[in-house]
Ligand binder design. Structure first.
Ligand code: NAP
Length: 167
């Protein structure tokens, strides 16, 4: 099973501000959808709440220490290990070998050492923020793909899509 972290990251490693994304990047949302469709997605409770509704055609698996939280349309679990176990079973049922981990900070922090691949959108901006992606250590990760993307009409910034494989 392949564990893939998917994140859009500013030049300053920012990924979030005030419970939301610090940018509007419609083209990247389409890229995110292509990467994650028909796969299990693992996320923290705040990321799920920031979405407003479950991601369609994906198994939404949400981690929270408090099962009193409601996560309609998602599977709620109390640990990242449990979330990954559920995701593994779900991926098999769906006929995929990929588990997509989609944030936020602590979820990325804990799963980075377990991940096989990173799908990173490097946003060409350094907005203020309060949630960060952990550093990508080049001695651990090898960039295998890179595509520049100019800002489209509904994108605040240009960005670069990059894939990293564990060395
Ligand atoms: N740019 C990107 O790619 C990207 C991706 C994802 C999110 N974001 C942004 O990041 C922000 C949300 O991220 P966040 O880091 O603040 O929150 P988060 O990781 O989405 O959610 C945090 C919550 O998840 C639960 N949790 C985290 N680690 C856990 C663990 N080890 N065991 C059990 N439960 C655990 C806890 O829920 P309880 O409090 O319920 O116990 C915790 O309060 C938003 O601004 C969002 O827009 C950006």
């Amino acid at each position: 099973m392949t564990i893939v972290l998917v994140a859009a990251v500013g030049k300053n490693n920012v990924i979030g501000r005030g419970g939301h994304l610090p940018w509007r990047l419609r083209s990247d949302l389409q890229h995110f959808k292509r990467l994650t469709l028909n796969k299990p997605v693992v996320m923290g409770r705040k990321t799920f709440e920031s979405l407003g509704k479950p991601l369609k055609d994906r198994t939404n698996i949400v981690v929270s220490r408090n099962l009193a939280h409601r996560a309609p349309g998602a599977i709620l679990t109390t640990s990242i290990d449990a979330a990954l176990a559920i995701a593994r079973d779900d991926a098999k049922k769906r006929g995929t070998d990929e588990i997509m981990v989609i944030g936020g900070h602590n979820i990325f922090d804990v799963t980075l050492p377990l991940a096989n691949r990173l799908e990173i959108t490097h946003v060409h901006a350094s907005p203020e923020g309060d949630v960060f992606f952990p550093p990508i250590d080049p001695s651990m990760w090898c960039e295998t793909y890179r595509r520049e993307h100019p800002a489209g009409p509904q994108d605040d910034f240009a960005f670069t899509v990059a894939t990293y494989q564990r060395r």
